[in-house]
Design a protein around this ligand. Sequence first.
Ligand code: FES
Ligand SMILES: [Fe+2]
Length: 353
Amino acid sequence: MSPLINPDIREAQTLPSLYYTDDGLFSKLLAAFSGSWHYAGHERQLTESNVLPLDHMEALVGEPMLMTTDGDVRCISNVCTHRGMLIASEPCSAQTLRCPYHGRTFGLDGCFRNMPEFEGVAGFPSPSDNLASFPVHRWKGILFSGTNPTGFEGCIEELQNRLEWIPIENFEHDPSRHRSYEIQANWALYVDNYLEGLHIPYVHADLHGSLDYDDYRTELFEGGVLQIGIANEGESAFDLPESSPDYGERVAAYYYWLYPGLMLNFYPWGLSVNLVVPLSVNRTRIIYHGFVGNKSMLGKGAGGDLDKVEAEDQEIVETTQRGVDAGAYDRGRYSPTREAGVHHFHRMLTKSL
Ligand code: FES
Ligand SMILES: [Fe+2]
């Protein structure tokens, strides 16, 4: 049987519209998310509070999680082992976790501590009274977690080879850069749009002025896509060290996408993390977290006005959702020079089923 997405981009047709519109397919694709690593948080998000509910994980892998630290950073379940209440609903600073329902307490490592009115209960407490814990992968201060995540080596190796020189672990969390948008479109349409620069001249006039369209490039790797934006004359760019594989180039932005919905956007000022969180077949939450490494570069170049670029993208993606919902549309074709990232994503998505 030939694959749904032809591996040869010149022959291939794009993703059938059913992938953006069908409830059953949506649920199947979402179920496959349990096999991926997802962004849990950056350690610097734990500077203000040492207990952080990760609401997005509930939507991504069906598990309400907490990130906690008492020196060691962990991802543990936010579900109380008594009768299933969620323990924390807001970020807070605490030495113990107390369930708001009947007062059961746990350590920051998730171990059961205490429960009122449980004297005489047979075999209590037991290990099943501890909060479940989830695997954590840490890379330069960024923490990834999941339920049954596998196969992340390719992504980490790619990030490490390229960005080893950036002190991401020391970036400051900037809560003023936090955003949470709900858009009326399928999550994969949002990812499609992110993965190509073909639309930049048509949709993003200001961004187009910052980036050299001819030198914009896309690199594929196992588990993700990198797009590199090269700065136009006079626009802000990274001061790359000799150890960088891009030394000598005027890089304005590294746009990393890791399957399924994580975007790590590196600009001369720092890092903008975008999370794509599917809510239903045609509703998606987009969450932004900002981490600043070099304040003097804020507001400049390709990473200068992210709110404007986001609004432009959201309008396009929501309107495209109406198009793919229509009977007149099913599939299109790819630009081999500009849509290799979208093609790569569609191949991963169809293979995940
Ligand atoms: S549900 Fe948590 S103490 Fe009862
Ligand atoms: Fe865009």
